[in-house]
Ligand binder design. Structure first.
Ligand SMILES: NC(=O)c1ccc[n+]([C@@H]2O[C@H](COP(=O)([O-])OP(=O)(O)OC[C@H]3O[C@@H](n4cnc5c(N)ncnc54)[C@H](O)[C@@H]3O)[C@@H](O)[C@H]2O)c1
Length: 246
């Protein structure tokens, strides 16, 4: 129970990596705010892990108004802001650069990069104002930030931006006792990967030394480590969890 007594908020918690993270953090003893723009999906996650451990919250990470309401609701409900923030909300809108619409670029930017910025800024400010120590913010980037797949200019650029944002936040927040780290998952078996064309999936599997997709829990266990005091000297890191895919 490495997270006993801790409060966490997880975005994108209605599916995939976010949902698995809620389960793992709750098993580790944390109370979890299950945040997603799809409230029904968030409620399904709460149902799966039990109402003693979690509450569902509708949050659109791309909206400052929605994120600041989430801060207020968290404090109203638990009398303090969470000390653990997991930014897992993310979307893809793949397409070759020459065909990519402005909307597909903007939509991905708003959720993946601006959403991570808003969540990081608003929840870090709440932690500082409420004198929360030992904060841990974990941002889900992607190995795509490093391998730059054709057809993912919008997604890869936002995920590279998440690494920079993480490194700067780690430098700025260290003095407040808040660590900030990023995880770069490889190909993980979630609804996000269901839409990837078979040929691209096969190519990725061939390039992956362990020869299989990752399971969402395999990301969640690294998140649990980064959320806990076991990682108390890990700060500003970008950790690849890819089965060796480069
Ligand atoms: N699955 C992979 O292979 C993989 C690989 C690398 C990185 N990632 C990253 O991991 C994170 C989780 O991905 P996943 O595979 O679990 O995806 P997923 O599609 O299963 O889940 C994403 C969740 O985010 C929510 N969401 C979307 N827009 C939102 C918004 N504006 N506000 C709040 N919630 C929003 C969705 O409703 C959904 O529940 C994403 O940031 C993704 O980019 C995934």
């Amino acid at each position: 129970m490495v997270l006993l007594g801790k409060l966490a908020i997880v975005t994108g918690a209605g599916s995939g990596i976010g949902r698995a993270t809620c389960r793992v953090l709750a098993n580790g003893g944390a109370k979890v705010i299950v945040a997603d723009c799809n409230l029904h999906a968030a409620e399904q996650t709460v149902k799966a892990i039990g109402r003693d451990h979690a509450i569902a919250l509708e949050v659109d990470v791309a909206s400052l108004e929605s994120v600041s309401k989430a801060v207020t609701s968290s404090i109203e409900h638990f009398a303090q802001p969470p000390s653990i923030v997991i930014n897992s909300a993310g979307i893809t809108r793949d397409g070759y650069l020459l065909k990519m619409t402005e909307k597909d670029f903007d939509d991905v930017y708003k959720v993946n990069l601006k959403g991570t910025f808003l969540m990081t800024q608003q929840f870090a400010r709440a932690m500082i104002d409420h004198h929360v120590r030992n904060g841990s913010i974990i941002n889900i980037s992607s190995i795509v930030a490093r391998i730059s797949n054709p057809g993912q200019a919008n997604y890869a650029a936002t995920k590279a931006g998440v690494i920079s944002l993480t490194e700067i936040a780690a430098k700025e927040f260290g003095k407040f006792g808040i660590r900030v780290n990023a995880i770069l998952p490889g190909f993980i078996n979630t609804p996000m990967v269901d839409v990837v064309p078979e040929k691209i999936k096969e190519d990725m599997l061939q390039r992956c030394p362990v020869g299989r997709l990752g399971r969402p829990e395999e990301i969640a266990h690294v998140i649990e480590f980064l959320a806990s005091e076991k990682s108390s000297y890990v700060n500003g890191a970008a950790i690849e969890v890819t089965g060796g895919l480069k």
